[in-house]
Design a protein around this ligand. Sequence first.
Ligand code: GLP
Length: 255
Amino acid sequence: MGDGVKRIGMRIRTFTNADAAARALASNVAASIAQHPDIVLGLPTGRTPIPLYRELVRLYRERRIDFGRAATFNLDEFLGLAATDPRSYRAFMQRHLFDHVNVLPRRIHFLNGTASDVERECRRYERAVGRIGGIDLQILGLGGNGHIGFNEPARALAAVTHCTTLRRATRRANAALFGGRVQAVPRQALSMGMATILYAKRIVLLATGAGKARCVAKMVEGPVTPDVPASFLQLHRHAEVWLDRAAASRLQSRG
Ligand code: GLP
């Protein structure tokens, strides 16, 4: 399980199912924190990381992981939603991880969706990532259209933290947080940029389910193109793609 195939740029690991991938990644994160207690973690939202967060909480309860010195930076947030809004990504993270483990609130970094000066808020976040020395381990999900964070397919991608307009497919994919109503999903969001993400020392992209298979194949085996923002991970020295069998099913050579 999880045999690695070394390629230039990306290392692929394939697991039997989503739970096995989540368990393996949680213990990998635990080992990284044990080695480096003041680690800076970059964290995603979405359905994919939920089993990972569940595993991290379990490891914490079993005293096998200690977030006491760690810092976290989340990738993105909806514009116009306050941290206290249950539909915000911040609230998602509280529910699934932060409320259940010992990350210190002052070491949790999040974009503020209700900042009055959006540009300033993006600069603040970008500086905070820089000041802490960059992200040590960036965990990513994969949007069905190839986005990472909220870096949507476009003719040109933004390098740094920015305000972005969401594609309809992305709003649809996020509708569950909004009672299934696509119309209720904000049209804009704040997101780390491509360089903010690629500046991380190590990146693990987690993708599970057959719905991601086509996009995974493009990201791993296709050209590096802004049509598939995740394909830029091919340029990173320490980018890993952790998959279940279903998500790996369209790769020509599987890990
Ligand atoms: C959202 C997030 C992305 C995430 C994506 C995938 O759009 N902004 O960071 O990777 O959803 O979501 P899921 O894991 O639910 O497929």
